[in-house]
Structure formats: C-alpha cells, structure tokens
Design a binder for this molecule. Structure first.
Ligand SMILES: C[S@@+](CC[C@H](N)C(=O)[O-])C[C@H]1O[C@@H](n2cnc3c(N)ncnc32)[C@H](O)[C@@H]1O
Length: 375
C-alpha cells in the first residue's frame, strides 16, 4: 500500500462517518454522476472519499468486487487512483461504465439530442414483439415511446448508445404503471387513479414516457459535464463477472467495497425494466445474498461460503500488504467466519449510523466498516 498523505494523517484523528442530514445534505450525497440512475443499496460517496484519504494515496489501484452503481470507481477516479470493479449484474456494469467513461462532451450531447429527435420522428414504434412483462407494466403510449427511443439509440456509436441506454432505463423506471410513492418495490401494476401519499391527492398512473426521456437527457448531460470538471485521467475498468472466480487484469493495491447483505435486495430484479428493454444477460442465479433466497439457516450458510470465496479470490490477487475495507451490516454475525476463511485479519472496526440508505424504510440502521489486511 502507498504511504499515507497529509490528508490521511488528518483524517486519522477525525474519522467521523455518521453524518447528519444537515452536515451532508442530499445534494452532496448525489453529486455529479452518482445519481445518474436510481439504485437501491449503494453507499454514499463521502464514505469512500474518507477511506481513500485515510488508507490510500493517489496512484493506488482500488478494486471493488461488488461495484454496484460504481460509487467506488467514481470517487477513486476523482482521488487520482486507478479503479477496477466487478459485478454480476449486467445493468450495474453498464451504469458504472457510463458513469466513468470519458466523453467528448459536445459530441455526446449532440448524439443524445439526435436520439430524442429520431424517436420523436418515429412515434409509432411497434409494441407487438415485446415481452409480456413490458406489456403488463406500461401504458401503450408510454411503451411505444420507449421503444421508439430504443430504436433511435441503435444508430448511435457504442459509447453514446450506452449513455442513452441508461437514460432509457431511467425513463422506463419512472414510466411504469406504479404509484408515485412506490417506485422502489412495486408489486403489481396500478392501472386506476389512486390516492397518492407523496402528493397528498388523487394521482393517475403515468401514460407517457416522453417527458422523462427529455428530462433525463438534460440531467444526464449536466451530470456528466460536472464530473468531467473534477475527474482525473486515471484508468477505470468494469468487469461483468462473478467475483468468486474473476481473474483481474491488473493487481489492485487495495479494496473498498460493500457486499450485498443476505436476503435484503434483489439486485437484478430492482432493474427488471432495464433487462426487459435492453435484452441484458440475466445472471441472477449467481447473485449472492439475493432477497429471493431468504435468510434461512441454509441461506446464511451459503452466503458465508460465497463471501469467503469472494474475499479469498480477492486477497489472492491483491498486492502484498493491501488494505481491504468492507462496509457491512453484519446483524447475523457472519463476517468473523468469512474473514477467517478468506485469510483476512481484522485490524479495525468502525460503526456508523446510516441515514436513509434504503428509501422509505423505517427505523435505525447501523453498519460497520471492517478494516482488514491479508494474513
Ligand atoms: C451493496 S451492492 C454494492 C453497491 C455499491 N457499493 C454502490 O455504491 O453502488 C452489492 C452488489 O453486489 C453485486 N453482486 C452480487 N453477487 C455478486 C457476485 N457473485 N459477483 C459480483 N457481484 C455480485 C450485486 O449485483 C450488487 O450490485
């Protein structure tokens, strides 16, 4: 590991990770590309920022075996480190790639406006050959607009098309037949007017997607521009793979990650619309700790085995003396065994109080930061 910087020495005396809403308002937690697309279960960028300053130096190579929406990669890049991420979810890889790719900003904006224009000139895209799921979750007009945009994207060059796919997915999320207050976990389509807890009045299910495509195109360009003004030219790579057995293309000097918790979130299912619309490869069978697998004794045992494999595989490819930072809510007390199985030694444990990590859920929520090193 590279030696500590001046900032790191300062951070050592002042490791405060439980920010209140006033200290760390939403606008800061969602700055630049961090909120390019909704994602349930990510950590806040400021946490990664503190870790980087405390445990690493610019020029390090940081690996995240559960890259999710790419928070680690984005912050590592701003810090001046190379970054490497792996995820089993194709959509999460797409999102991380789009956030961290370098663009010619003028060309990107022109391409995205061109895609909107192309879709607007072709509003009658056929909804005949779509999956039953799409037909069930969208009003016909909204679906037709999403499909017209999808067709227009095909004419863009690959890097621009990927950005447009993220815009399409975000618009598809907003345009589902669901209530305004249940965008995270809608169980069944809402087709009739309903009383809206968010707006305190009767609302109607969405019937169009166009306004979202327009709004998110503008927002995406703005966020990518903001990121371009703070980013470094360090390398970023994203691997669509299972972190239990992935072979890394280069040796990381450290790890910053937050693994999935057992039985809490289905990471593929939360972006189902993206898989349905973009035809992404579904690898949910390889997702560790998926909510669908529950929290039975055997599910927890499988989780320990899978996580042990991930951290063993990670540690075996890490530079000598590399630092491994794991953010977990270990309410089942599984991590002592996982660390031991993977040959990691716990050097420090910091507990932090989390605010609003997972949308509309109630109650107090704590998580630990495990600071480890390979044995
Ligand atoms: C808690 S989230 C990570 C969130 C991330 N820290 C962020 O800020 O966006 C856990 C991630 O682990 C991924 N995952 C689950 N099983 C995996 C596996 N076998 N290999 C790689 N990634 C996996 C999920 O797809 C999910 O994106």
């Amino acid at each position: 590991m590279a030696g500590p910087t001046q900032d790191a020495l300062y951070a050592e005396i002042d490791l405060e990770l439980s920010w209140s809403e006033d200290e760390l308002p939403q606008v800061e937690r969602t700055k630049y590309v961090h909120s390019l697309h909704p994602y349930l279960g990510k950590y806040i960028p400021q946490l990664v920022e503190v870790f980087l300053k405390r445990y690493f130096a610019p020029g390090s190579r940081i690996y995240d075996p559960f890259v999710g929406s790419g928070t680690t990669l984005v912050e590592a890049n701003v810090f001046g480190a190379d970054a490497l991420g792996c995820d089993i979810s194709a959509f999460n890889c797409l999102l991380s790639q789009v956030k961290t790719a370098r663009y010619s900003l003028g060309e990107l904006e022109l391409a995205l406006r061109g895609a909107l224009e192309g879709a607007r000139r072709n509003p009658g895209a056929t909804t005949q050959n779509v999956t039953p799921w799409l037909r069930q979750w969208y009003a016909p007009g909204a679906l037709s607009e999403l499909l017209a945009y999808r067709e227009a994207i095909e004419r863009l060059e690959a890097r621009h098309a990927d950005v447009a796919r993220v815009i399409l997915s975000r618009a598809a999320r907003s345009a589902r037949l669901t209530t305004h207050f249940d965008l995270d976990f809608p169980r069944s389509p809402t087709t009739e007017p309903y009383y809206c807890h968010k707006h305190k009045r009767t609302c109607r299910p969405v019937e169009e997607a166009w306004k979202f495509l327009l709004r998110y195109t503008t927002d995406t360009v703005r966020r990518i521009r903001q990121f371009a003004s703070v980013r470094s030219d360090r390398d970023v790579a994203v691997l669509h793979a299972d972190s239990r057995n992935v072979i890394l293309p280069s040796q990381p000097t450290g790890v910053i990650t937050s693994p999935p918790y057992p039985g809490l979130i289905d990471y593929h299912e939360q972006h189902r619309y993206a898989y349905e619309l973009l035809g992404l490869r579904d690898r949910r069978d390889e997702e560790i700790g998926a909510a669908a697998g529950g929290r039975s004794r055997s599910a927890l045992a499988a989780y320990v085995e899978a996580m042990s494999e991930v951290f063993d595989n990670t540690a075996s490819q890490l530079a000598c003396d590399g630092c491994v930072l794991i953010v977990v809510n270990d309410s089942h007390g599984l991590y002592p065994a996982i660390l031991e199985n993977a040959g990691l030694i716990l050097e420090e444990r910091v507990t932090r109080h989390v605010n609003r990590r997972t949308g509309r859920r109630k109650g107090e929520f704590f998580e630990d930061v495990l600071v480890c090193r390979a044995a």
